[in-house]
Write a protein that binds this ligand. Structure first.
Ligand code: NAD
Ligand code: UGA
Length: 467
């Protein structure tokens, strides 16, 4: 199989954009075209002043170096498909909202329409790579669609190459991945296609970090990795509830158990709950897969990870209400952070959305500040979370501010919902001076120095600390 010289990526989102921009940077001899149906998104990727559609540390530098050299963003999907030797399918795979499997199964309509497009317009052989996170055996459906709809002289080799980057650290994760996983059919053609993709990564990833496995193992490994990561967070969050009831300290517990080299210290940070576009969706997908395979005990096991996450968010709201003398009606709550984690402007499944919704249902007045999330995004998320409440009513109860200090002014309580570093570094004395007393801080991210804040006069509640 000849070396790949032209790559197309369908889907210019959080994964397709950074992943293929890094491929372009690291492989100057390969032409990379990232395409999307969304004209606004492509315009933003092409913006002369690099106002990219997503905020990701280091991304601008990568795009600045490669764009116009061997990296292109376009809405001309058909042309990019025709030109490419290898096509990444990196479209969204959200949880189905209606029909069979609603609330659990992945909605594969975007994967299917991208696949049909490839079949329709391709005039030469292609390697088609699943980059999106998909249910086990999706590659088989893609193959059936491609073979049933393509021109007779076109051959398609399908690979699975799931992405493991985390938002906020996407560029360093891509520069220095723990591993790159490539799944293929174990046939001579499948192995040749896998080698062609491996050769692209070999431009910067050490060969012992490129794992080549069977197609179905690769697809399942992606769901399994996210399920195991999320399960760690639900485990530590479950323990945080025990800490609060007993006087144990979750930081100390995490430190003590993480010292065991079999457990390890990472991903044991108790929080107000995990968010992000993928953990919940991928676990629900695994739950659906398990039920479809008549494995109800397995399904229930994984579903508990999501149930625990919901419990953690609700438990946090209840702590806020209980501590503020059992009512927050008419009280001002300052919510610091709206993104699902620090260093991203992404709010998909952000725990802050659930918290704000709960506070509004308790008739609190909520101020929100996030250094990266656009105001329009916050309004859109709240409208979506409360479809039966008119937007004008939401806007009467919510005020979006341009600084953390402004957010906290005249509030009764500050809730830390995202672990932005700037929240640790704000002038807490000034915050205290501007708040109604008694002034409360609820740290849902183990971010602030509780002792220092108590010294200033705050009443501080930290997740997982039964002080
Ligand atoms: P996204 O919503 O940010 O981007 C998907 C893009 O695909 C959108 O811009 C959409 O317009 C485009 N698209 C949809 N159908 C199309 C079509 N037929 N033709 C052209 N463009 C089309 O999604 P994302 O966060 O980049 O996630 C993509 C996939 O990667 C998902 O399966 C997700 O589970 C997986 N994933 C995401 C992350 C992450 O950190 N966000 C990490 C690893 C894996
Ligand atoms: C996660 C995985 O880490 C990636 O490997 C994967 O590729 C990606 O999902 C995906 O498939 O989309 P991401 O969601 O971007 O990445 O970010 P994480 O750092 O995993 O954080 C997810 C959520 O868990 C955040 O809300 C974060 O605040 C929370 N979290 C994380 C904790 O509450 N505690 C921790 O110890 C770690």
């Amino acid at each position: 199989m000849p070396a790949v010289s032209k790559v197309c990526c369908i889907g210019a989102g959080y994964v397709g954009g950074p992943t293929c921009a890094v491929i372009a940077l690291k492989c100057p001899h390969v032409q990379v075209t990232i395409v999307d149906l969304n004209q606004d998104r492509i315009d933003a990727w092409n913006s002369p002043d690099y106002k990219l559609p997503i905020y990701e540390p280091g991304l601008k530098d990568v795009v600045r170096q490669a764009r116009g050299r061997n990296l292109f963003f376009s809405t001309n999907i058909d042309q990019a498909i025709q030109d490419a030797d290898l096509i990444f399918v990196s479209v969204n795979t959200p949880t189905k909202k209606s029909g069979v499997g609603a609330g659990f199964a992945a909605d594969l309509k975007y994967v299917e329409s991208a696949t049909r497009r490839i079949a329709k317009v391709a005039t030469s052989n292609k390697i088609v790579v699943e980059k999106s996170t998909v249910p086990c055996r999706t590659a088989e459906s893609m193959r059936t669609i491609l073979e049933a709809n393509s021109r007779p002289n076109c051959r398609f080799d399908i690979l699975s190459n799931p992405e493991f980057l985390a938002e906020g650290t996407a560029i360093s994760d891509l520069f220095n991945p723990d591993r790159v996983l490539i799944g293929s059919l174990q046939t001579p053609d499948g192995i040749a296609a896998s080698n062609a993709l491996r050769d692209i990564y070999a431009n910067w990833v050490p060969t012992d970090r490129v794992l080549t496995v069977g197609l179905w193992s690769s697809e399942l490994s992606k769901l399994a990795a996210n399920a195991m990561l999320a399960q760690r967070i639900s485990s530590i969050n479950a323990l945080s509830a025990i800490c609060e009831a007993t006087g144990a300290n979750i930081d100390e517990v995490a430190h003590a158990i993480g010292y065991d080299s079999r457990i390890g210290p990472k991903f044991l940070r108790a929080s107000v709950g995990f968010g992000g576009s993928c953990f919940q969706k991928d676990i629900l997908n695994l739950v659906y897969l398990s039920r479809s395979l008549h494995l109800p005990e397995v399904a229930d096991y994984w579903e508990q990870v999501v149930i625990m996450n919901e419990y953690q968010k609700r438990r946090f709201t209840k702590t806020v209400v209980d501590t503020l003398f059992n009512t927050i009606t008419g009280k001002h709550i300052a919510v610091l952070g709206f993104a699902f984690k620090a260093d991203t402007g992404d709010t998909r499944e952000s725990p802050a959305i659930t918290l704000v919704k709960d506070f509004l249902q308790e008739k609190a007045l909520v101020n929100i500040y996030d250094p990266q999330v656009e105001r329009e995004q916050i309004w859109a998320d709240l409208a979506e979370a409360m479809p039966s409440v008119p937007s004008s009513d939401i806007q009467k109860q919510v005020h979006i501010t341009s600084s953390a200090l402004e957010c906290c002014r005249n509030a009764e309580a500050v809730v830390i919902a995202t672990e932005w570093r700037e929240f640790r570094e704000i002038d807490w004395e000034l915050v205290y001076a501007g708040m109604n007393k008694p002034a409360f801080v609820f740290d849902g991210r183990l971010l602030v120095d509780a002792q220092k804040l108590r010294g200033i006069g705050f009443q501080v509640t930290v997740i997982g600390r039964g002080e």
